[in-house]
Design a protein around this ligand. Structure first.
Ligand SMILES: [Zn+2]
Length: 53
């Protein structure tokens, strides 16, 4: 990925009964049963994009 375009615009999307966090950089969080948890995944990714999931 191109580090110079370090903008991370996250959103969450429903996937069946799960909710998944997505980012403009192509990152995707794990499927969560809770939308709040998926949103937390997204925030953690924005805070530390390079961190391991
Ligand atoms: Zn990202």
């Amino acid at each position: 990925m191109d580090r110079e375009h370090g903008e991370h615009l996250t959103r969450t999307t429903e996937r069946g009964s799960f909710c998944v966090a997505l980012c403009s950089c192509g990152w995707k969080g794990p499927a969560r049963r809770s939308r709040d948890r998926a949103r937390t995944d997204a925030q953690e990714h924005e805070t530390a994009p390079g961190a391991a999931a």
